[in-house]
Design a protein around this ligand. Sequence first.
Ligand SMILES: NC(=O)c1ccc[n+]([C@@H]2O[C@H](COP(=O)([O-])OP(=O)(O)OC[C@H]3O[C@@H](n4cnc5c(N)ncnc54)[C@H](O)[C@@H]3O)[C@@H](O)[C@H]2O)c1
Length: 250
Amino acid sequence: MNRIDLEGRVAVITGGARGIGYATAERMLASGAAVSLWDIDAERLQQAQTALAQPQRVAIRTVELTDEHAVDAAAQATRERFGKIDILVNNAGITGGNGPTWELDPAVWRRVLDVNLMGPVLTVRAIVPSMLANGYGRIVNIASVAGKEGNPNASHYSASKAGLIGLTKSLGKELATKNILVNCITPATANTEILTQMKPEHIEYMRSRIPMGRLGEPQETAAMICWLSSEDCSFTTASTFDISGGRTTY
Ligand SMILES: NC(=O)c1ccc[n+]([C@@H]2O[C@H](COP(=O)([O-])OP(=O)(O)OC[C@H]3O[C@@H](n4cnc5c(N)ncnc54)[C@H](O)[C@@H]3O)[C@@H](O)[C@H]2O)c1
């Protein structure tokens, strides 16, 4: 494993209690950063903090990411604990299950958009002003190959992730001269608990589209997130990075 230099950096990782967010926390800690994990699942957050075993460099915060007041309070608490926020990883997300568009419950549609798209808007609102004041920031949004291609039976999820790609492009341009770089990644299916939210036939559909013939591992995604969060990423912003075992063709 390469050591990506994140020495002295402070990162917020949403959805950090498990899966890709947790793997990102592990990799960032190994690279020298402090991390604040924001998640709705208090019990899993506690377990993650214990497992990471770095009490000086790991904070946890129970946050409902669609609640702007909770997000603002979490940002404030993180700055009080670590003095600043250098890195924001908008990773938390839900699938909303599977079904043809006309059969999906409008309330579920709205919830998927709220968590996957408004959540990152609210964290950006809460954190970017302090990044501007510090003259430094790296933001990584976790979208999905579904946002590029549109998975059948997941129109809400695909639309939310396409929206997140659009947000990345706009925000990256707004901040391009401020040393705050904004990028997103579009993973294909990775081996995490999110798969329990989907029908087995949908998972098989997604796996069958991956030329490498296997699912991704969260640690593989974490490596890309960490590089995009580092100073080595210096001339790339408003962009989208593929991590799909060859699935995406653009
Ligand atoms: N695993 C995959 O196949 C895959 C593929 C492409 C993209 N992604 C994206 O990667 C990201 C991470 O996925 P994962 O597989 O690690 O998922 P996961 O389900 O394992 O973890 C997601 C975390 O987000 C948290 N969360 C969900 N809603 C929240 C809310 N409203 N407020 C606070 N926390 C909330 C959950 O509690 C959970 O800990 C998601 O955005 C997902 O859409 C995953």
